[in-house]
Design a protein around this ligand. Structure first.
Ligand code: AMP
Ligand code: GLY
Length: 435
């Protein structure tokens, strides 16, 4: 089979790598790709992910059998609907299904209707209503509230507010100044939850949902979760602190109700569904998972630690999902742990440097139990240069979480570029919670 992967980050490099290990794959293509993906796939950097007509032509020219969509934007914009109308197999939810990520209001209403635990919320469709509602919600939940722009906002549309003044400022920016354009015209206002965050990612064909190992992202730029949010500075999997009780609640209340919901509503679903979870009262009798968000795609950098632990062939899972035959697949996982440390450019997540030469990649690759996934790199004259905020994901595998962390940091130490930045505490939360 010829596979086309859409996207350019560490997540897409991992997906390409996993397809490369499949016996069923003849050639892998990637649009637009990056410097590292070029080593594993034939890349076409001149096509933009919004240029559906050019992607269609590429699919025809290269005789692509399956298009696998990495990021959310093409799914939310309807790439599946467009390419499917030409008879092409696309691993992605439809535009309507992708509303689970593309509209927070749609997602919250879906969760409420199908009893999927989520933070108590209200919706405001205009600024005057929002001004009244934030006060009401604060009265009910004085510990804080969260304001969410309805539409996609490049990961910046969710603000946790501890005071009314902060909340007033946020709704003014979103609804009057329209900093997120139409994405912020309507908002969700909800209770601030307190606890431990985790990601659960699953394949879903509309009938069956098959979860992968759970993982934990590290969203903030500095150690111990300080500083502004980023796309994700590292991850590890599986989480060593998930009890049988919690696992059962996640299955019964979240995964099962999700399937019931997509069937009952007629929404259906095809692709990967990501549940961003908050666990309140972890390890106590009343521990409770809540869904913070759905994403209609794999997480980044969660994918870098999850896919290396999947024993199954990705092509087989992909085909089974497309054919609604996931119930025939039995997923199996390595009993190892994985830890991914993201190397970033100076300045990220603000304005950052680019064009720095990267050294040590060949040496790091030779380390046992190390995988290197490229994100913001490009290849020029046989050298890798930095070209993005998040540059590389360095993955270590080990028999324990501690061993996986140590392995990834050993490899991190031999990779260099000017002003390389990374967090030093990836996975430490997992070790602490283990005690
Ligand atoms: P979302 O895009 O909805 O996942 O929100 C992004 C981040 O905001 C999450 O990863 C959480 O850290 C935080 N967040 C979202 N909703 C809540 C909530 N109800 N309570 C506390 N934190 C939240
Ligand atoms: N790692 C968070 C995300 O992919 O949305």
């Amino acid at each position: 089979m010829n596979i086309l992967v859409l996207g350019s980050g560490g997540r897409e490099h991992t997906i390409v790598w996993k397809f490369k290990n499949s016996a069923n794959v003849k050639q892998i293509f990637c649009i637009p790709g990056n410097g590292g993906i070029e080593e594993d796939a034939i890349c076409e950097p001149s096509i933009k992910l919004s240029e559906f007509d050019k992607i269609l032509q590429f699919v025809k020219d290269k005789k692509i059998d399956i298009v696998f969509v990495g990021p959310e934007q093409p799914s939310v914009e309807g790439i599946k609907d467009y390419l499917s109308s030409y008879g092409i197999s696309v691993f992605s939810p439809t535009k309507e299904q992708a509303l689970l990520e593309g509209s927070k209001i749609f997602a919250k209403n879906f969760m409420q209707k199908y009893n999927i635990p989520t933070a108590d919320f209200v919706i405001a469709n205009d600024y005057d209503t929002a001004k009244v509602l934030i006060k009401e919600i604060f009265k009910k939940y004085p510990d804080g509230i969260v304001i969410k722009a309805d539409g996609l906002a490049a990961g910046k549309g969710v603000v946790v507010c501890d005071t009314i003044d902060e909340a007033e400022n946020v709704i003014y920016e979103m609804m009057v100044k329209k900093i997120f354009k139409s994405s912020g015209e309507k908002i969700v206002i909800e209770r601030k939850l307190k606890g431990i965050e985790m990601s659960l990612i699953a394949f879903c064909d509309g009938e069956t949902i098959l979860p992968l190992t759970h993982s934990q992202d590290h969203k903030q730029i500095y150690d111990y979760d300080r500083g502004p949010n980023t796309g994700g500075m590292g991850a590890y999997s599986p989480l060593p602190f998930i009890s049988k009780n919690l696992e059962k609640k996640i299955n019964d209340q979240i995964l099962n109700n999700f399937i019931l919901g997509i069937k009952d509503s007629g929404l259906g679903y095809c692709g990967v569904i990501y549940f961003g979870l908050m666990i309140e009262n972890l390890a106590k009798e009343n521990e409770q998972p809540y869904v913070l968000e759905f994403n209609c795609r794999f997480g980044d950098p969660e994918t870098q630690v999850i896919l290396p632990l999947v024993n199954n062939d990705l092509t087989e899972i992909t085909i089974a999902t497309l054919n609604k035959e996931l119930k025939k697949i039995k997923l199996s996982f390595s009993d190892k742990y994985a830890c991914c440390v993201v190397l970033a450019s100076l300045g990220y997540p603000g304005e950052y440097e680019t064009g720095k030469e990267i050294s040590g990649l060949d040496r790091a690759k030779e380390f046992p139990n190390v995988l290197i996934f490229h994100a913001g790199t490009k290849k020029v004259d046989n050298k890798f240069l930095t070209s993005g905020g998040r540059v590389l994901g360095v993955v270590g595998l080990g028999d324990t979480l501690k061993a996986a962390i140590e392995t990834s940091y050993k490899a991190v130490d031999v990779i260099n570029f000017a002003n390389k930045y990374h967090r030093k505490d990836i996975g430490q939360k997992g070790l602490k919670l283990l005690c």
